[in-house]
Ligand binder design. Structure first.
Ligand SMILES: [Zn+2]
Length: 436
């Protein structure tokens, strides 16, 4: 393609776009009990922006917002690696052919972004599965290779309607902690249990309240929205119900909410407006192994189709951030807080000492900022509190003389003076245990 037919912007047009590009478009009403939404918190705490030149549903995370995302993804990755997952890295787009195999092209095309690449149909991926299946298929597999657990922090695209887009909750591009467990039918129950165990652990660490929804197909809609295989639907729903009941999971049932290729267990939550949404999904898949001709050689020497569990663990990172912001109203726990400490000097005579303290905190791996402005202590402290910094670290003549720091937690009036090393080990422990 050449740019010849495309006229250059006029000065006036460019000026208009510049103006639009620096305009942040983030307004949202208050939620129930006057709670702030992730849009308002995101704007006021400078975590992300949305604007019309880039497009709706495509937020830009600031360094502070990106810090929260990185910490969530780092935690998820480490936890999954410890539990036997292997991480992959796969493309964000593929030829239509791949999605024709999976059935996305037939059942899901209206929700995908389709591209013309050199006259061929491509699409931005709405899911990771087909790519990880291609990796599974790269060598012959036996029962000894299973379960295979492929995970990826995956960038995905969904062509949501403009009216559906909301803050960090519903996006056109998002990041999913995705994984596929390819196992034998005999391993399915145990593997499902392990997935539940992982998710329960993650929900506990993040302190997220969810309830379970067993999402089934709608037999009346079988020819369009779902793969038309009533026997397989009934069988897989039955086996999923058995697993859920055995694990003593309490759930509500929702007909017509399944994926087109199988039933799901959805973990549901409510936002500040009381609106229900899905945070995490686990699916048992009877259809895609066959569509992709996934095989393994079993103990008895016969070639068989594996089962697949599609699952997320933290869900879409952006949606988790939205949830956590709304739940804590911006008072994130220290391990996720973009600014963990703010060092403030009482006056210019102790500025050097404040710089040194800030540097030592940074070297210890603490996310810290220095406020060495000439503002009054009251003003500095108020600003740090508005920014929801976890700890205010103040230094004056007294602290400098004793080689100490005065510490005040965000949620307390109490000021404690202590050695810097003691404070560092205290805050590091808090970060490591993710307790506060
Ligand atoms: Zn999948």
């Amino acid at each position: 393609m050449t740019n010849k037919e495309e006229p250059a912007l006029t000065d006036k047009e460019r000026n208009m776009l510049w103006k639009k590009l620096s305009k942040i478009k983030m307004q949202a009403p208050r939620g129930e009990n006057d709670l702030k939404s992730n849009v308002e918190l995101g704007r006021d705490l400078d975590l992300y922006i949305v604007n019309d030149v880039i497009g709706q549903g495509l937020p830009l995370l600031t360094p502070k917002g990106a810090t929260i995302k990185r910490e969530i993804e780092r935690f998820t990755t480490d936890e999954e690696l410890r539990r036997g997952y292997e991480y992959t890295s796969t493309p964000i787009m593929a030829k239509a052919d791949l999605f024709k195999i999976s059935g996305h092209w037939q059942h899901y095309k209206k929700d995908m972004f389709v591209l013309d690449v050199g006259g061929e149909d491509y699409a931005l991926r709405p899911m990771t599965c087909p790519f990880q299946f291609a990796l599974f298929k790269r060598k012959p597999r036996t029962h000894k290779d299973l379960p295979k657990k492929y995970a990826e922090i995956s960038t995905l695209f969904r062509n949501e309607q403009s009216g559906e887009l909301r803050g960090l909750t519903r996006l056109r591009q998002f990041t999913l902690a995705d994984a596929h467990i390819i196992c034998t039918p005999e391993q399915l129950e145990e593997e499902f249990g392990k997935v539940m165990d992982l998710i329960k652990h993650i929900m506990e660490v993040f302190n997220i309240e969810v309830w379970y929804q067993f999402s089934k197909w709608d037999p009346k809609n079988k020819n369009d929205k779902y793969i038309n295989n009533p026997e397989a639907w009934e069988a897989s729903q039955k086996s999923m119900k058995k697993i859920l009941d055995k694990a003593k999971i309490k759930y509500v049932e929702a007909e017509g909410e399944a994926a087109f290729y199988g039933p799901k267990l959805d973990l549901q939550y409510k936002d500040v407006y009381g609106k229900e949404d899905t945070l995490i999904t686990i699916q048992i898949d009877f259809a895609l192994p066959e569509k992709f001709n996934l095989k393994y050689l079993d103990k008895d020497g016969k070639e068989k189709s594996p089962m697949i569990i599609h699952r997320s663990s933290t869900g879409a990172t952006e949606r988790v951030i939205a949830y956590l912001l709304e739940k804590t109203q911006g008072n994130l726990p220290t391990w996720l807080n973009p600014i963990q400490t703010k060092v403030m000097n009482m006056n210019d005579d102790v500025k050097d000492y404040a710089i040194k303290i800030n540097q030592k905190l940074q070297e210890a791996g603490i996310r810290t900022q220095l406020d060495s402005s000439n503002n009054s202590m009251g003003k500095k402290a108020r600003r740090a509190i508005t920014e929801k910094v976890s700890y205010l670290v103040t230094v004056g003549e007294k602290e400098k003389a004793k080689k100490q720091v005065a510490i005040r937690a965000r949620d307390s009036e109490k000021i404690t003076t202590m050695d810097l090393d003691k404070f560092i080990s205290k805050i590091k422990k808090e970060i490591e245990t993710k307790t506060k």
